[in-house]
Write a protein that binds this ligand. Structure first.
Ligand code: ADP
Ligand code: MG
Length: 624
């Protein structure tokens, strides 16, 4: 038996429960657990995976409940129309709220979610048409043909089918083209927008998608709730429930589908027990369970910060082996490839590019060009402006002046997503892999622009053929760099050297016309450097065009056709490796840099700026 079989067996058992002599009390409990799980599954995606904290999910459940409440009681329409209307309103609302708030960073987003949750709550509570704080009564039961879901035992099936389908959808989504981008976004786990954008993905669009999916799941929960209760009032949709949903997600194991169900079940069951027990202890009535939840949350965050599901999951793994890594069908049809320029054609032209940071000219009118098939090195002492030049070319930084052309098209000022589309791919000086994704998945992320499947296709499982192609391509690229054997390991478990190679494979997976490498040898041990040099030599033999930005002179000498040398932001010389090696000016620049008095070398750098000579730990910061 495999874990997927266990999951399927549990699902069948759950759905069969109402046919067994289970007391009504437990059916009701399970109904609530299913309804909560639906909302929490959205939070798994939004907060656990995407790192976007929302206290406002209860409000979207409210939209689902009130839309159907109003349409069925006031207008006499069918509950199914109520569902459609609720989903439509939620979609519009989530798009609008998301567009306004998702660009906010840090704690502004959670604060904004509290604001709109409160706003919607008071709006609902004050609208005459929605019955103010008394709400709407007498909602009809859901029916399909002649069958009515009027009893708790009957609506149970509907609730759990919805919850389980949502679980399948979210699981599939996480293992898909858009899902890989979503998993790369979480800044709490070292992710961010730079890498996904460099792969050609719009990070904002993916955040918005997660937000909308989470809102729609909450809306469905609200709709089911309204027809289970046969009435709606504002209280279950206020901020208290918004917080409670987040509590369930954290307690269960935020970021895991199993955690959504675990958290919902634990909170619901504990709440009921505590409501009975605590008044006996404290005397009198009151919401004492809130106090207990607060204490439990602190304990969980302290001792099991990943939540409870990972612990349970590990227990299950003891007697049931973890799901075998998904086989890769190597005979899957290849992904479309771009037509590359013939050897010697103009590939990259950099003309007089300049970058000023306030008074500092980090890159001072640098020009050079790369022909197809060239391997060009950009070297210079620390602080020479190499990384800044790299960022100007790859679109991470805007230029102060100058021009960059890729395959004849102007790309300066276009942003890294567009530049990736034009055929440039890159790696990062500070490795940016998604540590809790496998090596293969990380490389498949590089296929983003060569594939099409969106979120809906992924959730419905319609992307499987294309997924196979992407995985086969990822495996091919891993073989190209000699890491095929590690394909199914977690990327975070690799040493820095192999991680750098995985970044190269990911960049290659986009089928680039030009590959830019930023200090690929920084922080590597001797053996790792040799392995990297071998891979680069082989890529060179295959005719790939490369721009290698490197601090380590010896490393570039053996690999490049031509070298551009920078010093203090200026162009110092350009020539063959032999010419550069023989140049007194270059030697002076390198020696001079090492002879600089300490205070100049230690000049403070702005946060987040990479410097060439940082070793292992800082080079590895993306993994933290
Ligand atoms: P290299 O990669 O050659 O070591 P960089 O391009 O990182 O050099 O930096 C060149 C100069 O520009 C350094 O003096 C650095 O402090 C400065 N610099 C780089 N990025 C920024 C920034 N975002 N703001 C201000 N100064 C910067
Ligand atoms: Mg640098």
């Amino acid at each position: 038996m495999q874990r997927s079989h266990l999951a399927a067996a549990s699902a069948v058992a759950l759905l069969a429960l109402p046919f067994a002599p289970v007391p009504d009390f437990w059916i009701t409990q399970l109904n609530y657990i299913g309804l909560f799980s639906l909302v929490v599954l959205g939070l798994v995606l939004l907060t656990g995976v995407g790192g976007l904290t929302s206290f406002g999910q209860a409000a979207f459940a409210g939209v689902g409940a009130y839309a159907t409440g109003y349409l069925t009681t006031v207008m006499g329409l069918s509950p199914w129309l109520g569902l459609v209307a609720g989903l439509a309103i939620t979609l519009v609302l989530a798009l609008a709220i998301g567009a306004l708030t998702l660009r906010m960073s840090g704690h502004y987003l959670p604060l904004a979610t509290i604001c709109w949750c409160l706003a919607l709550y008071y709006l609902i509570g004050n609208l005459e048409a929605l019955g103010k704080y008394d709400g709407l009564l007498g909602l009809p039961a859901l029916t399909v043909g002649d069958f009515s879901f009027q009893s708790e035992r009957r609506i149970y099936g509907l609730i759990w089918v919805a919850a389980l389908l949502a679980a399948v959808g979210v699981t599939r989504l996480l293992d898909s083209r858009p899902g890989r981008i979503m998993r790369a976004l979480n800044t709490n786990r070292g992710g961010g927008s730079t890498m996904p954008e460099a792969m050609g993905a719009s990070t904002f669009r993916h955040k918005l998608t997660m937000f909308v999916v989470a809102a729609l799941l909450a809306c469905v929960s609200g709709w089911l709730y309204a027809h289970m209760q046969r009435s709606v009032n504002p209280s279950p949709f206020g901020i208290k429930f918004g917080i409670e949903y987040l509590f369930m997600a954290v307690l269960g194991g935020i970021g895991t589908v199993g955690g959504a169900f675990t958290g919902a079940a634990l909170v619901k069951l504990a709440e009921d027990q505590l409501k009975v027990v605590l008044p006996l202890v404290f005397g009198g009535s009151g919401n004492y369970e809130i106090i207990v939840f607060g204490v439990v949350l602190v304990l969980v965050l302290r001792f099991a910060p990943e939540g409870l599901w990972p612990l349970i999951s590990r227990l299950i793994a003891r007697w049931l082996p973890a799901r075998g890594s998904r086989a890769v069908d190597e005979h899957a049809p290849r992904l479309s490839a771009r037509s590359h320029p013939p050897r010697g054609a103009a590939l990259l032209e950099v003309r007089q590019i300049r970058k000023q940071f306030g008074g500092l000219t980090a890159v001072n009118d640098i020009s050079f060009s790369i022909q197809a098939g060239d391997i060009v090195g950009l070297i210079g002492p620390n602080g020479a402006g190499k990384s800044t030049t790299f960022n100007l070319i790859s679109g991470v930084l805007p230029l102060t002046s100058g021009e960059v052309r890729l395959l004849g098209q102007r790309v300066d000022g276009r942003g890294s997503r567009e530049i990736a589309r034009a055929g440039l791919s890159r790696t990062f000086q500070h490795v940016k892999l998604v540590p809790d994704m496998t090596v293969l998945e990380n490389v498949a992320l590089g296929c983003y622009l060569r594939t099409q499947s969106g979120t809906a296709a992924a959730m419905l499982g319609l992307d499987r053929a294309e997924e196979m192609q992407a995985r086969a391509e990822a495996l091919r690229q891993l073989r190209r760099i000699g890491l095929e054997a590690q394909a199914h390991e977690l990327a975070g478990n690799l040493a820095l050297g192999p991680q750098r190679l995985v970044e190269i494979a990911r960049a290659l997976a986009s089928d680039p016309s030009l590959l830019l490498l930023d200090e690929p040898a920084a922080g590597l041990r001797h053996k790792e450097k040799q392995a990297l040099a071998e891979v680069l030599k082989q890529l060179k033999a295959e005719g790939l065009s490369l721009l290698l930005v490197e601090h380590d002179m010896d490393f570039v000498m053996k690999l490049t056709d031509r070298i551009v040398v920078m010093e203090f932001g200026r162009w110092l010389m350009e020539g063959t490796p032999a010419e550069v090696q023989a140049s007194p000016a270059v030697r002076a620049a390198y020696l001079g840099a090492d002879d600089l008095p300490d205070e100049r070398r230690a000049a403070p750098k702005p946060a987040g700026i990479s410097s060439g000579d940082r070793s292992m730990d800082s080079s590895n910061e993306g993994q933290a």
